[in-house]
Design a protein around this ligand. Structure first.
Ligand SMILES: [Ca+2]
Ligand SMILES: [Ca+2]
Ligand SMILES: [Ca+2]
Length: 88
C-alpha cells in the first residue's frame, strides 16, 4: 500500500541521486500536506485522501487501506510524522 502513496505523491527524490535526503523529505511532506490537507488541521483524513485520489487516480487503491498502511497510532488519519514513514 505504500506504493500507492508513492504513486499518488510522486517521487520525492528531486535531485535524482536515488536517495531521499532530510530536506527532500521535508519538502515532500509539506507539498503533500499543502495539496491534500484541505482543512489545514495537520492531518490527512479519509475524505481528503479520497478527494486527492478522485482528482488523480480514482482506481489506485482503496482509501481505507491506504490510510491503514500509514496510520501507526490508529487514529484514522495520517499525520506528517506518519507520512514520513513512506521513505523508510
Ligand atoms: Ca535526493
Ligand atoms: Ca485535514
Ligand atoms: Ca494517525
Amino acid at each position: 500500500m505504500k506504493d500507492a502513496w508513492r504513486e499518488l505523491l510522486g517521487d520525492w527524490d528531486t535531485d535524482g541521486d536515488g536517495e531521499i535526503s532530510e530536506s527532500e523529505l521535508q519538502i515532500g511532506v509539506e507539498n503533500a500536506f499543502m495539496e491534500m490537507d484541505l482543512d489545514g488541521d495537520g492531518f490527512i483524513e479519509k475524505e481528503e485522501l479520497e478527494a486527492a485520489l478522485m482528482a488523480r487516480s480514482p482506481d489506485l487503491a482503496p482509501v481505507s487501506q491506504m490510510i491503514k498502511a500509514l496510520d501507526t497510532d490508529g487514529d484514522g488519519r495520517v499525520s506528517r510524522e506518519e507520512l514520513k514513514a513512506l521513505v523508510f
